[in-house]
Ligand binder design. Structure first.
Ligand code: IMP
Ligand code: MG
Length: 179
């Protein structure tokens, strides 16, 4: 299978923006970083979270969740299943969810409500990419790397059927083209 890819965000722009997001997070959590817990949403977050973490001036606790949602090929149904929950209790913590992309918002809406049930001090969302045009629930992230249009993208952790996660830039995908 070959996929046609067109670069949308270069690795240089990604690196620069991740550093800027980390600066914002440094400023916002400075002085109360001992309660900060980064919760990455697997698998797509793994490169973004690793790069973000290395730019933070403090070394917060980190944990991961793994969610599955059912739906057609490139869309979420909103029926979300938790495959792996956080292991660190969120009670009394400032939770920062680290996500690759917000599309319909259904996944993060569910995840945020799930985490709120654990009585954290706060829950904020940091997403590398945001596709606001496709939102089905009102959900606004606190930190957004790039706002993009209604394209399916891969690279820098994001996949299509597990392909392309290791690409260093964000690319728009045209699946199964004959190219
Ligand atoms: P939502 O629930 O519709 O917001 O979908 C969120 C999840 O769908 C993300 O965490 C991604 O795993 C996946 N997703 C949505 N759009 C894309 C995309 O353009 N490329 C790769 N994965 C995507
Ligand atoms: Mg995903």
């Amino acid at each position: 299978v070959s996929d046609a890819l067109a670069e949308l965000i270069s690795r240089e722009r990604l690196a620069a923006r991740v550093a800027e997001l980390a600066e914002q997070i440094n400023a916002d959590y400075r002085g109360r970083e001992q309660d900060l817990l980064l919760v990455g949403v697997l698998k797509g977050c793994f490169l973004f979270m690793a790069d973000l973490l290395r730019h933070l001036e403090f070394s917060p606790a980190i944990d991961f969740m793994r969610l599955a949602s059912y739906g057609p090929d490139t869309e979420t149904s909103g029926v979300v299943e938790i495959r792996k929950d956080v292991e660190i209790p969120v009670a009394g913590r400032d939770v920062l969810i680290v996500e690759d992309i917000i599309d319909t918002g259904l996944t993060l809406d569910y995840l945020r409500r799930h985490l709120m049930a654990g009585s954290p001090k706060s829950v904020r969302i940091c997403t590398l990419l945001d596709k606001p045009a496709r939102r089905k629930v009102s959900l606004v992230a606190d930190y957004v790397g790039f706002t993009i249009g209604d394209d399916f993208v891969v690279g820098y952790g994001l996949d299509y059927h597990e392909r392309h996660r290791g690409r260093p830039s964000i690319c728009v995908l045209n699946p199964d083209s004959d190219e």
